[in-house]
Design a protein around this ligand. Structure first.
Ligand SMILES: Nc1ncnc2c1ncn2[C@@H]1O[C@H](COP(=O)(O)OP(=O)(O)OP(=O)(O)O)[C@@H](O)[C@H]1O
Ligand SMILES: [Mg+2]
Length: 250
């Protein structure tokens, strides 16, 4: 079961530069929330505040609250937050000199799991959840770099799922992939939302329309409008949202 995420009046800076202004957004449990908006509007910074990655960048500060199932993530151990709220990046980043199996097992080992049978079982389960098992079950000991980019991205998803997150953040997860691999990722997202709360940043408006239950439009560090994906795309309330979703800018 996933857990809901809620941002309350998040402001974020890099040194003196204000990147996000008082962003409030509820990301419902077991739904896909899409964050859209032009380049540089703060989408990545926003989701990096949700799992406390933002603060790891030199010069980065933030204020406001992020609640996971009603509890402030800024009161929790940051490592625990990043385990529970996983991040998938736009460029697949598996450990290239590790095998497919070891990529998935790495996080489990880090969390103290040593039993070989249990490791194998958990790795298989994560690979199945990431819709990759059938393609790799006969070559688990190959280097991850032997996989296609789309498979590498699903491997990164399996690696994140192995350590039992409750929410998965995805920062343009298909932006480096071909159309077919993109479709596979989109179908996977549909499947994953049954178990996890999903937040996806995307440049691709059709992708937001296809995968997201809810969409939020960001512009110059502000959250301009949010709503069901259907409402945001068909009956936007703000002229700037209307201009963006009809392709007039960005
Ligand atoms: N490490 C950093 N140090 C300083 N400024 C940064 C850093 N990372 C991002 N920024 C600035 O913060 C602003 C928002 O960046 P962010 O990456 O959140 O935008 P984005 O909406 O994800 O953009 P894109 O669509 O291009 O990925 C930009 O002006 C960017 O230049
Ligand atoms: Mg970004």
């Amino acid at each position: 079961m996933g857990k809901a995420l809620e941002a309350r009046a998040i402001s974020a800076r890099f040194n003196e530069q204000v990147i996000l202004r008082e962003v409030t957004l509820h990301m419902p449990v077991n739904q896909v929330t899409a964050i859209i908006g032009p380049p540089g509007c703060g989408k990545s910074t926003f989701i990096r505040c949700l799992n406390r990655l933002h603060e790891t960048t030199p010069g980065a500060t933030m204020s406001g609250e992020v609640l996971l199932d009603g509890h402030s993530v800024y009161d929790m151990d940051p490592t625990e937050v990043r385990r529970s709220v996983a991040m998938i990046f736009h460029r697949p980043n598996p450990f290239p000199t590790m095998s497919i199996f070891d990529n998935v097992a790495a996080g489990l080992r880090l969390h103290g799991l040593r039993n070989r049978a249990k490791l194998a079982e958990s790795a298989e389960q994560a690979l199945r959840r990431a819709a990759l098992w059938d393609e790799v079950k006969d070559r688990l000991h190959l280097y991850s770099s032997a996989l296609s980019l789309g498979q590498q991205q699903r491997l990164c998803i399996a690696r994140a799922l192995a350590i039992d997150p409750v929410a998965v953040l995805m920062d343009e997860p298909a932006s480096t992939l071909d159309p077919l691999s993109t479709l596979v990722i989109e179908e996977l997202i549909e499947e994953l939302k049954r178990q996890y709360t999903i937040v996806i940043v995307t440049h691709n408006l059709q992708q937001a329309a296809r995968v997201a239950d809810k969409t939020a439009f960001f512009l110059e560090g502000e959250m301009i409008e949010q709503g069901t994906t259907t409402a945001l795309f068909t009956t936007p309330q703000d002229k700037r949202t209307a201009d963006y979703v009809t392709g007039r800018f960005g």
